[in-house]
Design a binder for this molecule. Structure first.
Ligand SMILES: Nc1ncnc2c1ncn2[C@@H]1O[C@H](COP(=O)(O)OP(=O)(O)O)[C@@H](O)[C@H]1O
Ligand SMILES: [Mg+2]
Length: 250
């Protein structure tokens, strides 16, 4: 397993957000994690990326409450639960957060360069930028344009492009389709499929559009109220009557 989450529990004060969640992603897979609003999907991605631990440390000593964080997270065979977020990113676990906006006052090209903050070599940085431009040609066309002028779909491509500049081993993408028109969404998902199939990056995709997520991924997990309530081959989940009724509105 590239990513292995074992009985991960997160609670804000007494509010349980994740309740002993276990899941795994094999190297080379595209796995989706779906579930209703408030299920805990974003919290799971933030926990594996080291952000919950960072938030907990920031809260400590303040009167704003406490965070419980329990369970094990392993990446590439190494326990990463105690590592700071930047060390986790360095090891290749990269999060493209929900509704991330590019830096509006910087050009598209400058945004990508900022994404490569761990890359010291200019040639290597250019090579990675070419990979992103190859995947999202519209970003090359708009390279000198301010990011603030991009459409919603282009902005999301840039957010993913920025994450790709770190050349992740595992790219976690949180709800990339939020607010996008159906055709734009479809096009974006085809590109996400290519990140796995053509570039060979393992992807953990959190998505509201369950049918779309299932169509793209080989395996899926369904999270509800902080618990995994379904898992398996996406093909089988799509045929499952209870899953269809509860999560696909069919
Ligand atoms: N920083 C926080 N403080 C308190 N509660 C939070 C915090 N972040 C998330 N939660 C709660 O955790 C639950 C799950 O949130 P989230 O992980 O964002 O769900 P999802 O991404 O599946 O919509 C929600 O009930 C939310 O209110
Ligand atoms: Mg979320």
């Amino acid at each position: 397993m590239l990513l292995e989450v074992d009985r991960l529990t997160v609670a804000y004060d007494t509010a349980m957000v994740l309740n002993e969640v276990s899941l795994g992603v094999e190297r080379g897979e595209l796995v989706s994690l779906v579930g209703p609003n408030g299920a805990g999907k974003t919290t799971l991605l933030r926990a594996v990326s080291g952000l919950i631990r960072w938030e907990r440390a920031a809260l400590r000593g303040s009167r704003r409450g406490d965070i419980t964080l329990e369970g094990q997270v392993s990446f590439n065979g190494e326990r990463i639960g105690r590592l700071p977020a930047h060390q986790i990113a360095r090891r290749g676990l990269v999060l493209c957060p929900e509704r991330r906006r590019p830096f509006a006052e910087m050009t598209v090209g400058e945004n990508l360069r900022a994404g490569a903050y761990l890359v010291k070599d200019a040639g290597e940085e250019r090579r990675r930028r070419e990979v992103v431009y190859h995947l999202f040609p519209v970003l090359r066309d708009r390279a000198r344009q301010l990011a603030g002028t991009l459409s919603g779909g282009e902005g999301q491509m840039l957010a993913i492009g920025r994450a790709l500049m770190l050349e992740p081993a595992l790219l976690c993408i949180d709800e990339p389709s939020t607010g996008l028109a159906p055709l734009v969404k479809q096009a974006l998902f085809e590109r996400i499929g290519e990140i796995q199939a053509a570039i060979g990056i393992t992807v953990l995709l959190v998505e509201q559009d369950v049918a779309l997520a299932f169509s793209l991924s080989s395996r899926s997990y369904i999270l509800s109220h902080g618990r995994i309530v379904g898992e398996g081959a996406s093909r089988d989940l799509l045929r499952d009557e209870a899953v269809r009724r509860s999560y696909l509105g069919l």
